[in-house]
Design a protein around this ligand. Structure first.
Ligand code: ATP
Length: 276
């Protein structure tokens, strides 16, 4: 199978960190059988930030769940660092849209961030050090003694990101992480994602409905086809590593890439409706 191009600056000969091979997912019983993923292939290299977009209901969440070992595929596999994923691997951390459900309301912010480290062989001091470092990275040092319910939605999502970072995963998987916050907070969280990705040299796979967000954040945008889903196209986003909400989004290159992605998704949406 041909390997996908590496991110700008990543040697092409480097093996992918994550490789999705011929992933098929069917839901239901014999009577209610629904083919959602129909042979998805995707390579993600170390240090890449890959955004996945596609028509509504295409199976983006299903794909992430299969990749992270939360859901067993019907066929195919995800290989992470050379090993087939059969359960959530310690090398992956997940951030979901619904931050309020992922944080423990009775625990302080710092305790929430320390939580996934409890099962590891890490001393209390080291746990605290890592939590404080991650909270500083997301700009929440001053809130570590507060409780999640005392924070805004955007701040709670920052806590969820800090928790993932403190865990030191090899890759961060994010499913519509900024869908529940207002536009300005969303822009701030996008910039935070770019910032922590640089700080931690993190590999990130992010699903979004927002095409501007995908193009603004990604080294690459993966466009899924309508259901049953495959990878329709992979678009390299050659906008450089340093991005800015105002200047980057107003460049002709950004506008052209955005149009290219939008056209691909629209084509599929239209095709799906006509098939209905
Ligand atoms: N547990 C399940 N059992 C049966 N069908 C499911 C299940 N989970 C998802 N589906 C179906 O699979 C399809 C893909 O769902 P999924 O949530 O993965 O798509 P999505 O692209 O993330 O959707 P959206 O764009 O709306 O966020 C949908 O038709 C959905 O109804």
């Amino acid at each position: 199978m041909p390997s996908t191009p590496a991110a700008p600056g990543v040697p092409p000969e480097q093996p992918p960190l994550i490789s999705v091979r011929g992933l098929v997912k069917r839901y239901g019983t014999k009577d209610t059988d629904r083919l959602v993923l129909d042979g998805v292939d995707l390579d993600v290299h170390k240090g890449q930030l890959v955004c996945i977009v596609g028509p509504s209901g295409a199976g983006k969440t299903t794909l992430l769940r299969c990749m992270s070992g939360l859901l067993a595929p019907t066929a195919g596999e995800t290989v992470l660092e050379g090993v087939t994923v059969t359960a959530p691997p310690p090398a992956l951390a997940l951030v979901f849209q619904d931050y309020s459900r992922s944080l423990m309301p009775w625990m302080s912010v710092r305790k929430n961030v320390e939580l996934p480290l409890l099962g590891k062989q890490i001393s209390k001091n080291e746990r605290r050090r890592r939590a404080d470092e991650a909270l500083a990275a997301v700009g929440l040092t001053g809130s570590r003694g507060q409780y999640p319910w005392q924070l805004s939605g955007g701040m709670q999502q920052r806590v969820a990101i800090a928790r993932a970072l403190a865990y030191r995963p090899h890759a961060l998987i994010m499913d519509e992480p900024f869908a529940s916050v207002d536009a300005q907070t969303r822009a701030d969280l996008e910039d935070l994602t770019l910032q922590v990705r640089e700080m931690y040299e993190m590999t990130v796979i992010l699903v979004t409905h927002d095409i501007d967000e995908a193009v603004y954040l990604g080294d690459e945008v993966v466009v899924l086809s309508g259901s049953p889903t495959r990878v329709r196209e992979r678009i390299t986003i050659d906008l450089g590593r340093s991005r800015d909400q105002l200047t980057t989004k107003s460049t002709p290159e950004f506008v052209a890439l955005r149009g290219q992605v939008l056209q691909l998704i629209r084509r599929d949406r239209y095709a799906t409706r006509t098939a209905d």
